[in-house]
Write a protein that binds this ligand. Sequence first.
Ligand code: ZN
Length: 422
Amino acid sequence: MMKRTVLLTFCFLSLALKAVPAGNIGILGSKPKWSVLAHYQGTITRDEFTQLIQNVYCTHGFAPDLIEINDDTARILTNREAQSFFTLRFAGSDAARNPVPRLWHPAKSLPSAKAGKPLSGLRIALDPGHLGGEWAKMEERWFQVGNRQPVQEGDLTLKVARLLAPRLRELGAKVSFVRNANEPITEKRPDDFRELARKVLIKNGVPQPRVDVLDPNNPGKEQTIRWQSEILFYRYSEIRRRAALVNFKLHPDLVLCLHFNAEGWGDPNNPTLTDINHLHLLVNGSYLPQELEFDDERFEMIRRLLSRAYDEELPLADSVATAMARETQLPPYEYPTTNSTTKVGTSGYVYARNLLATRLYRCPVVYCEPYVMNSKDAFARIQAGDYEGTRNVNGLERKSIFREYADGVADGLVEYYSKARK
Ligand SMILES: [Zn+2]
């Protein structure tokens, strides 16, 4: 999902900085229910809260009136115009903490594992990134080398999920799919967002947005109603629908977001293949000051912080990263800037970043970004497809890239839960 920083930066700016409709809510966001935070009174000490704000969630700073940490309380701005605030009371000590209300189960609260079933009783939702299929070109997760099989990220992630699910079930987990077809979860389609796309563009300084451009390689396409309405469909609407499914129906203890990474490939019909290949994992955090200005994003951050998902997802991500690094032999990805990410944990592979999925799913989320799809090595392995055992690919005996991915994830989960649960 990392390809084309310029594009992603633009869509971030256009959709996040100046949201539509008016009000201080992000794109397709809903009004925050600040009253639910009352359930978290007295569940966290001042030290824990301060440490999470400083080192995980607000590593790029924020306007001083948004969160004010006092001796016994934190004052959180709920609406600047109305000058309204939520006051969080800290626990006086670790021992005095109230239990954290949550629907998911941390490893240490699960009953002891059944023999040979280290994941017994654990509910895992698999979230294969993107849509694939007929949507792959629209979501710009498609490239083709000559007349070889096109590479479509959404199809690759689904293939991994379908290999991973039976392995995790064998280990005792209850596995569900957030997506199990090359189709969107959302009922909406790009045409449903034409009016919103127009408003977003006007608000972002494009007074008379064009409906369409004919040349897909023209960078001006981002300022068209078509491009904006498509991204509102396949990213914003789709991920918010997935979040509703996770939060109100699946209720997992963990979501695994499965992706493949990429480096800029240029023209998708004549893509650049590279020698660069790497691995990293993401957990939620590292909110930007301008993201924290949105009432809904600030609320979602505080709710996530108070749910203590980080305490679970960080060691989980470290464990999965270590197992995946062993399995794939890939070096850690280093972001070219620290503008939107913060390295966390001990493995060297894990970053905090505020992605929609990692923010909205109300449980621990581990977001995997192994392999550069347009690296020469990964490309050859993707073309080789899935197979049992090993085969000689690019001069080396290798597992199929899909099984290697699934094995790395499964091994990391087994290592974490074997240690962390009683
Ligand atoms: Zn992706």
